[in-house]
Design a protein around this ligand. Sequence first.
Ligand SMILES: Cc1ncc(COP(=O)(O)O)c(C=O)c1O
Length: 389
Amino acid sequence: MALTSSVLHRSKLPDVGTTIFSVIGQLSAQHNAINLSQGAPNFPCDATLIDGVTRAMQQGHNQYAPMTGHQALKEVLAEKVATLYGQSYDVASEILITGSASEGIYAAIAGLVHPGDEVIFFEPAFDSYAPIIRLQGATPIALKLQLPNFTINWDALRAAITGRTRMIIINTPHNPSAQVLSHGDLVQLAAITRHTDIVVLSDEVYEHILFDGRQHHGMATSPELAQRSVIISSFGKTFHVTGWRVGYCLAPAALMEEVVKVHQFMMFAADTPMQVALADYLHIAEHYLSLSRFYQQKRDLLKQWLQDSPFRALPSAGSFFMLISYADFSDEPDNDMVRRLIVDHGVATIPLSAFYTDGTDNKLLRLSFAKDESTLQAGAQALCRVRPR
Ligand SMILES: Cc1ncc(COP(=O)(O)O)c(C=O)c1O
């Protein structure tokens, strides 16, 4: 029996409901559809990693980890970042292990954004940014990425900056557009933020998934931007363990101090056995350096299998997402299209309008190719059976 509460309360997020991912996931399960909607792999992680966690538990690593993270994990991360991106982060004061990238994003925004501040981000966007900004009493300012390649309009960014702009949120590789920032983009961002107190919150959870030989242009690759950036990443995305909820955050000590204050009271510390296992696993660089190759194969297969469908695949430069367009054959709202694909064709996707606060509908759907080959093929076959009408 449901409880009935007589407590009067005013919602802090009255317009926020259950995330689109849960809604589509449920509908997909209800119709037994092939689920290409959620950004979670449906294949197992490396058994070595599971053995590592098991071993860590058996060896007694079952109590609180140090508040900012397991020392060995922070050390190996510092090495990885220095080697890959050329930036040194101090293990004691500039690296934080978080309970997922989501927690890191929350802690960074809550720690650094004040009531009345403005935070600029780019849409389509990952769904957590705007609600977290609002929960701080700050104002989210959404700028639209420019189609067809979802590029940042630097003039629009320059024009949107006011005396109250406290933070700019960047995401590369980008969910949901699957585009990545270039070195030229970082040069623009550095020029725009120079001589300001703007913090860059850089969501880089797909840092190890870039295609066709592209390099990751994260904030740690720019000595200037690294000075004002909080970088967020996620082991869940890199090692196919999205359920483990472990991520990390890099920032100069003065910014990190404030992020850590929030983390301290949200999580205190991330899961200990996972951190111990990840520390060992990260010593082999191939474990993350092989990821681009692994996902590029999936991207290419999906693209090939979609060739006979009426949908047009947009280029995917990074992440494990691909957008497909149906603008050539239908002007149906994307929410209706997604529902129809689940109910009539047994395949679940995400409508791109869900990533815009104003529901912009460009007749685009997001597919995740973090799936095994048989799922990808079955999903593509279902999309090939769609007839334009
Ligand atoms: C762009 C982006 N940021 C953050 C996250 C959250 O990552 P985590 O699962 O580690 O919380 C996701 C997950 O889908 C994402 O796509």
